[in-house]
Structure formats: C-alpha cells, structure tokens
Design a protein around this ligand. Structure first.
Ligand code: TXA
Ligand code: MG
Length: 309
C-alpha cells in the first residue's frame, strides 16, 4: 500500500514498521525509540536475531552522540561519502543503541543516506534502524513492487520510485589498524584509495569472529537455480546476459545491461533476479565474463551469493 510522507512519519512515530526508499535499496524502517518496532523488523524479515541492523542518521555530527570513539580517517570518509552509500561500523555507547539492533555487539553500523525522503523522515522521527526491505535470503527491493511482493499489498510503502544505485551500501570497519570492507556495495573498493592512501582489503574470512554477521547468511537469491558461466556461446535455456553479446542457443535472454555501464547493471540486477521468479523460471545461466574491478566486484559477489543453494 503506497502511503504519503506524512503517513509514514506518523506510523514510524507510533512504533510501526514502514518500507521507505533510500538511494541504495528500499529499507524496512523502525524508529530507534521503539523496541517493539525493531523486534517487528526481525519477525517480518524472518531475520536471525544475530544479524544486526544499520542505524541511519540525518547528519554525520549526530554520530558523536552514539559512537564511543572514532577511528582515524573517520572525518575524511564522512566528509567525502556522506550523505551516501557508505556504512561505517564504530564502537558505540551501548546504553544508547538498543541491544537487539546491535545484535548484542559492542559496535554499531551507521549510515547517512542521501535520499531526500529518507532524510526528511529521519529529521522528524529521529534515528531509523533499517535493513533492506526484503525477506531474509531474497534479493533486496529496489522498487515498491518488490516490497509488496515480499510483504503483501497491504504493507505500507513510501514510494520513491526506483533506487538510484540498486546495490546496498559498502560497509567499512576499522579492524587491526586499517579500514576493511566487510560488505562490498555501491561504492567500489578503489574509490577509498585517494582518501585513505590504500584500497581497503575485502575481509571474507569469518572463521574466528563474525566481522559482518550478514555475510554468513544466504542472500540475494531468486527461486531459480543460477549457474554462473564464463562462456555461454553454446549454452541453451534461459540466460542472464549483456546487451552487446549474442547467445545463439538461448531460448530466452534477460539483459542485465551493457558491459560499458556497470552502474546500470547494478541498478537493474535485483529487479531482473526477481523477474525470474515472476516468470517462474526454474533455472538460468548467468554470463559472468566481465571485468573484475570496480562495481563489477560487487555485482560478482551478489551473483555468486544468489547462485548458492
Ligand atoms: O544500503 C544499505 O545499507 C541498506 C539501506 C536500507 O540502508 N541497508 C542494508 O541493511 O543493506 P541490511 O540489514 O540488509 O544489511 C546490513 C548489514 C548486515 O550484513 C549486517 O550484518 C551488517 O550490516 N552489520 C550491521 N551492524 C553491524 C555491526 N555492528 N558490525 C558489523 N556488521 C554489521
Ligand atoms: Mg539485506
């Protein structure tokens, strides 16, 4: 159910959960002041209670109220990338952030989103805790219809159209005296180099401590079985491929976009994965013969996770 901004404000202030647009993906928002609404997020998404939520604020300076210390380069990163698709994990004052939002950790993930509707809501309602607005394991929602597909037509959604980035924020965490990427996202790793003087390492080893708990779970997956392949020239069946390539044996091709424009591929990726479900596709082959740098890194990681069963 599409609702206007005032109604979204009202529902959030009354402790209800509302789906709202951000520049990355739609979020399932709850006011940080309402523990029952935060609990509702976990129930709605069927999200494991060990997977913490991001706290969304309107201004970087508000973080000073919640963080117990700020790592080196925090200010530079904040100045360059906020508002925007960056999330930073910081040691936090645990008395001010509900335990369930942090999943019991001593740190909190913070983001200042760029979307004017999200910012308007945070200005009035205060901090919003907000995971992506999809059922756990499913592709994130980049359009109100995706939210309705997962949570029903009556679920309140503030309509902001299609999300610009189409991929979630990049998450940085200060680990062992370095910023590390604990979730790939809409900002490619190389973009941090001019600010930090190094490209943050992507940390995928979770054998000891779960640095980013969400990475442990299956994610972004449609019903269809996805087979990732480098050469689809003789591949029959349904194919997810690129505008400039020819797939002579395919029975049907879903175009992810142009190899020249990874931003466009990112923007439409989840919508195409969801379209496979709408079309009852049981199995598809995905063309993963594309570059390995920049945003393609995130796209590869999402497709890899989406293909896991
Ligand atoms: O773009 C985004 O980040 C979107 C929009 C709505 O802002 N949100 C989003 O939230 O993607 P979610 O819940 O789908 O993913 C948040 C990720 C999870 O993998 C979670 O484990 C991680 O952030 N996370 C949250 N708090 C953390 C913490 N204190 N330490 C490490 N990872 C944390
Ligand atoms: Mg998510």
């Amino acid at each position: 159910m599409r609702i206007p901004l005032e109604k979204a404000q009202n529902l959030l202030q009354n402790g209800q959960v509302v789906a709202i647009p951000t520049e990355t993906v739609y979020g399932l928002a709850a006011s940080m002041k309402h523990p029952s609404a935060i609990a509702q997020i976990f129930a709605l998404k069927e999200r494991p209670s060990k997977n913490p939520l991001i706290v969304h604020l309107a201004h970087a300076k508000q973080i000073l109220n919640y963080a117990s210390s700020l790592p080196p380069s925090f200010d530079n990163l904040a100045n360059h990338f906020w508002p925007g698709p960056l999330t930073m994990v910081l040691p936090s004052d645990t008395s001010l952030i509900p335990d369930q939002a942090r999943a019991g950790l001593q740190t909190t993930a913070f983001r200042i989103p760029q979307h004017k509707l999200a910012l308007a809501l945070i200005d009035v309602v205060g901090p919003l805790v907000m995971p992506s607005a999809n059922r756990s394991g499913r592709p994130s929602a980049t359009h109100p219809e995706h939210v309705e597909a997962d949570f029903g037509d009556d679920f309140p959604v503030l309509d902001g159209g299609i999300c610009d980035h189409g991929l979630e924020s990049t998450i940085l965490s200060w680990v062992e005296e370095r910023w590390k990427i604990v979730r790939l996202g809409a900002l490619p790793p190389e973009i941090f180099n001019p600010i930090l003087g190094y490209t943050p390492e992507i940390v995928v080893n979770f054998k000891t401590t779960p640095i980013c708990p969400g990475q442990l779970y299956r994610h972004y997956a449609p019903q269809a079985k996805l087979n990732l392949k480098y050469d689809l020239s003789a591949q029959p069946g349904v194919i997810l491929g690129f505008n400039e390539r020819f797939y002579p044996q395919a029975t049907q091709v879903y175009r992810l976009g142009s190899l020249e424009r990874p931003e466009d591929v990112a923007e439409s990726l989840y919508a195409i994965l969801r379209q496979l479900d709408t079309d009852n596709v049981a199995e598809a082959s995905v063309d993963i013969n594309f570059p390995e740098q920049g945003l393609w890194k995130t796209i590869t990681e999402r497709l890899f996770k989406a293909s896991k069963k």
